[in-house]
Design a protein around this ligand. Structure first.
Ligand SMILES: Nc1ncnc2c1ncn2[C@@H]1O[C@H](COP(=O)(O)OP(=O)(O)O)[C@@H](O)[C@H]1O
Ligand SMILES: [Mg+2]
Length: 494
């Protein structure tokens, strides 16, 4: 690692009624990849804004590149080589790539007119620095999210940049795009640029960062080399709670299956799939993205029609040709992308919870029984501890973890026998993730049959007593999780 680049000393910052940063000490060297983590509201963005001159701290000081500052202005920060890439990338869709790249230079230089020839040269140089192949005259609106991010990074590189701060850069990227971003980050490191990136995803922190700092309620609760970090410490730093992940084992399993798949086939996606699910059991299904795991989930929920095979429920053959069929068999499905498929975000939390129950509540009189409706909503919000003061608040005001609880509540209000979850904790913060696991284990104890489809191996190992591994549309292993480990399972997946 290079020389000390940034030293923030005893930074304090309050807003009305909130102590956002409490005596924060933070340091960073040139060429260092540093992850800043913390739950929502822990103070990450405020710290970034203090470092980049957007906020003046109430007290404390900043040392950057050997110079001391009580407070920096944003222009000073840019001129000193500090660049921030915000979550929305601050790009303008109706301008060209070139115009977007030129924007900051104009601001920083405060020139009356723009030397386009020179800016084009600098722009070409900076996109080259990250091997980003783009037409400088294309409209930014026509580009993908990942490309917009590349523009933001290229723009940051047009200055004599020493530190690039990225606020949750991977939020809307695919796995492949994340990989590409990490390659770029490593390239920037080689050029001696320090990267401070905000994330609360443990796997990303491990993969890319050399050092980490974790904030909780405005205080630094952990900092150090990523090598010394493990899942348990990370969870504790983030939440202040100790989690003792216990391997879930059902108390007793009935001999007869609750649900059975026999020789299910679906085009090239599923071949000869057979398995049983018992009452009170949490069954895991894992595999790579194209293994057929998602098709199997959709087929069980009647959203994809099978070509061959037979489903059974309580020993009787049943048809699952449509979602209506599946719901009729008391099967619920929590999709991978709860935001587009599972919830109506602008609608209230309450309406989302009872949406699939409306049939039931209106049946008798043809109108919704208001008292009953409110009771149901209240019951499920409490049961799943949805953190919101009002059921009438819109679902989009909730955090990812709480939205996922609403999806669960929605299904549980329907009196299910079987609940299928595809990626139940993707994009959910770590505390909620543990809570959701506890909820699922509790539901299984009450007799629900649960299927978790997930490529998060610690998740399936912890919660599922049995795990099916899929590959190329087939089940290649049926594993007893108490006698297996991640490495073994991974070897079946690949
Ligand atoms: N401009 C502001 N005015 C009032 N309160 C704020 C402001 N910015 C942040 N806060 C509060 O400060 C705390 C830290 O917020 P923030 O730094 O945005 O956290 P994070 O980025 O970790 O989610 C939160 O309680 C937030 O509500
Ligand atoms: Mg933030």
């Amino acid at each position: 690692m290079g020389e000390k680049l940034l030293n923030a000393l005893n930074i304090d910052k309050s807003f009305v009624g909130v102590h956002a940063l409490n005596q924060v000490n933070f340091s960073l060297s040139s060429g260092e990849i540093h992850c800043l983590a913390g739950e929502n509201g822990s103070g990450k963005s405020t710290l970034i804004k203090v470092i980049s001159g957007v906020y003046a701290p109430d007290s404390g000081e900043i040392e950057f590149n050997g110079r001391h500052y009580q407070k920096m202005t944003p222009i000073e920060a840019i001129n000193q080589g500090i660049q921030v890439i915000y979550q929305d990338f601050s790009v303008f869709p109706n301008l060209t790539v070139m115009e977007n790249l030129a924007l900051n230079s104009e601001l920083a230089d405060k020139r009356k007119w723009v030397n386009w020839k020179r800016i084009r040269e600098i722009a070409e140089e900076s996109v080259k620095k990250i091997n980003f192949k783009v037409d400088l005259d294309a409209l930014v609106g026509s580009l993908s999210v990942a490309e917009k991010q590349m523009i933001a990074i290229s723009r940051a590189l047009m200055f004599n940049t020493k530190l690039i701060i990225m606020d949750e850069p991977t939020t809307s990227l695919t796995k492949k795009e994340v990989h590409r971003l990490f390659e770029i980050i490593l390239k920037l490191k080689e050029q001696g640029i320090a990267i401070l990136f905000v994330s609360h995803k443990l796997d990303e922190v491990f993969e890319i960062s050399e050092r980490f700092t974790i904030l909780r309620n405005g205080e630094i609760v952990g900092t150090g080399s990523t090598k010394e970090l493990d899942q348990k410490k990370f969870s504790y730093y983030m939440t202040g709670r100790e989690f003792n992940p216990s391997h879930f084992i059902p108390e007793h399993i009935e001999k007869d299956a609750l649900f059975e798949a026999r020789n299910i086939s679906l085009e090239k996606h599923l071949r000869n799939i057979s398995f049983e699910l018992h009452k009170g059991e949490i069954l895991g299904i894992t595999g790579l993205l194209d293994s057929g795991r998602s098709e199997l989930a959709l087929a069980m929920f009647g959203a994809k029609q099978i070509d061959e095979g037979q489903w059974y429920k309580n020993g009787e053959p049943v048809r699952l040709d449509s979602v209506r069929d599946a719901i009729g068999q008391n099967i619920g499905y929590v999709p991978e992308d709860r935001l587009s498929e599972g919830l109506f975000l602008p609608q209230s939390i309450g309406d989302n919870i009872i949406i699939s129950e409306i049939d039931k509540l209106t049946k008798l009189f043809g109108v919704m029984d208001k008292d009953k409706k409110e009771k149901e909503i209240d019951h499920w919000m409490k049961e799943l501890s949805v953190a919101s003061p009002l059921a009438s608040n819109a679902c989009q005001t909730l955090s990812g973890g709480n939205q996922q609880r609403v999806v669960l509540a929605k299904w549980l209000a329907c009196n299910l026998d079987i609940l299928i979850l595809n990626g139940p904790t993707v994009g959910v913060d770590i505390g909620s993730k543990h809570d959701i696991h506890a909820i699922l284990q509790n539901l299984a104890r009450q007799g629900l049959g649960i299927i978790i489809i997930s490529d998060d191996l610690p998740e399936v190992l912890e919660n599922c007593s049995r795990l099916l591994v899929m590959k190329n549309g087939e089940i290649v292993a049926n594993i007893n999780t108490s006698t297996s480990d991640e490495k073994t399972i991974y070897s079946y997946m690949l």
